[in-house]
Design a protein around this ligand. Structure first.
Ligand code: NAP
Length: 281
């Protein structure tokens, strides 16, 4: 049996098994499976060693995306730039980490014919998702990437990471965005969890009236798909991109990385859509 899975805690909300098992079934890979590997921090060392013996590969999710790095035998440039690993491949008992989150996000933009090359980007939030997405955009030729967050220290850290990748970047105080030329950005990305289910009614405090129709507004949240943040963009005629495409493509990239097979995107997308209709926990 070839085993794949996702390492994290808690994992009750994860819809990765539905997506990956649908892909394995569609490709008739009957001797493969994808399972949840929920583990506490105290058990982490033993669990990772067991995965190295018994698994072909696994995803890593909250809260271990950064913590797992010392256990790995190597990480690639995407994981290094993101400072986090979401995909591990096991080769002869050795563990190699990559990060498909940011590249998955770029593919979700490509699906909408949006090319970040030369774009002026504004990222709202400076957490793990912001770092993954912004460094992938930086490595793919975005013109400039500004970071807006409540906490200056965390935001500035990301600005320095981007500058080290030779990307033009500035920090903007989230509380003062209303005084900025928001219309000058090509792409604005919400990487905060504001508006995520079950708090669908929450709306990020953002100067929406400064948005202009030529801009792209994007949200990494996928539950719900059409967040209140995106609805404010639609109202004003902007192109919007939700978080489902990122979830799909980060999974598809991981699937191909482990199996060497082309990921059946339609099947995986349908599995995600079905799973999102189901109960949340
Ligand atoms: P995180 O590390 O906790 O970072 C969250 C960021 O949001 C922090 O910078 C935080 O700012 C900011 N924030 C929180 N509440 C805010 C508010 N009310 N106003 C302004 N800023 C606020 O979380 P994460 O792991 O980056 O995840 C963020 C989101 O991305 C989640 O909704 C997650 O579901 C989504 N995501 C989606 C995918 C996908 O595949 N589509 C993948 C990964 C993540 P402070 O530092 O100032 O507190």
């Amino acid at each position: 049996m070839n085993r794949l899975g996702v390492l994290g805690n808690p994992l009750g909300h994860s819809i990765s098994p539905q997506m990956h098992n649908a892909a394995l079934e569609a490709l008739n890979m009957t001797d493969w499976s994808y399972e949840l590997v929920e583990t506490t921090y105290e058990q982490l060392d033993g669990t990772i060693k067991r995965l190295a013996r018994e698994f072909q590969g696994f995803n890593v999710t909250i809260p271990y995306k950064e913590k797992i790095i010392p256990w790995l035998d190597g990480i690639d440039r995407y994981a290094r730039a993101a400072g986090a690993v979401n995909t591990v491949k096991v080769e002869d008992g050795c563990l190699f980490g990559t990060n498909t989150d940011g590249r998955g996000y770029l593919k979700s933009l490509e699906d909408r014919n949006i090319d970040v090359t030369g774009m002026k980007v504004l990222i709202l939030g400076s957490g793990g998702a912001a770092r993954g997405v912004s460094t992938a955009m930086g490595l793919s030729g975005a013109g400039s990437i500004d970071i807006s967050s409540r906490k200056k220290e965390r935001g500035m850290r990301l600005v320095h990471i981007l500058k080290a990748l030779k990307v033009q970047s500035n920090w903007l105080d989230f509380a003062n965005l209303g005084k900025r030329k928001i219309g000058g950005y090509d792409l604005i990305v919400n990487t905060t969890p504001v508006g995520m289910s079950p708090h669908d009614g929450d709306l990020l405090a953002f100067p929406y009236d400064l948005l202009e129709p030529h801009q792209v507004l994007s949200d990494l949240i996928y539950r719900p798909q059409n967040t209140r943040f995106l609805q404010e963009g639609t109202k004003r005629g902007l192109t919007t991109v939700d978080g489902l495409g990122m979830l799909l493509h980060q999974g598809a990239l991981a699937f191909s990385h482990w199996t060497g097979q082309q990921a059946p995107l339609d099947v995986m997308e349908q599995a995600l859509t079905d799973a999102l209709k189901g109960p949340q926990e």
